[in-house]
Design a protein around this ligand. Sequence first.
Ligand code: 0L1
Ligand code: MG
Length: 262
Amino acid sequence: MALDKATIDQLAKHLEDCELRAKDTPKITDQHPDMDWADAYAIQDAILQRKLGRGARVVGLKAGLTSHAKMRQMGVNTPVFGFLVDAFSVFEGGAVKTSELIHPKVEPEVAFVLKRALKGPGCHIGAVLAATDFVLPGIEVIDSRYRDFKFDSKSVVADNTSAARFVVGGRALRPDALDMRTVGLVLEKNGVPLAFGAGASVLGHPAAAVAALANHMGARGKEIPAGSLILSGGATEAVAVAAGDAVTLHAQGMGSVSLRFI
Ligand code: 0L1
Ligand code: MG
């Protein structure tokens, strides 16, 4: 690691303050160009500890930048992983206050709920499908704390991969009830279809993103607990939203799920 504990804690406080006050910041690698991956995940962990200290509950995990469309859009080439806490969760059809966010965007995703824990290394699509209770459609609201969404992958990891809000809903299906690669995803904003994807956009199969998350955690001596909700990553590029927008994701065979922005 290139950063000492005091710097990690200071950067975690800075990024979480930006999140809680809806204020943007230049990317942290501008000041800390030697920051490495271990530092980036240590800053993310320190943000989680701050939230847990205030009574937050972890409700799931996320993989991000798992599709070529997203990687191209953000100019990066590595999947990243983050956490989801209860305060990020929005009910189906619920409202998201844009005053609490900086510059939100939405992503269409396939969400997994596990019936058994998953642990890498060596986790693969088969192990993920065997451990999955059900899958359902989800919309992730991302809100990078970095000015104009300008960042590099390590800064994004430190910023908990831009996680802000999410909703899941629609129709929950057992993992053998569909071919997740060919599931079509249509994201509508204000009734206008804007982004179109298929499950295979996400690392060839959404379960591959969950396997990558399990392997990432295994390398850090952790596992994905049973019962976890996992967002596998946007199947298309992210779509910017503003107050007054209504967003719906239609997922083939899995119904639809919606959010409103106020
Ligand atoms: O969930 C995601 O794919 C977002 C990862 C972070 C990068 C971004 O803010 O677009
Ligand atoms: Mg996402």
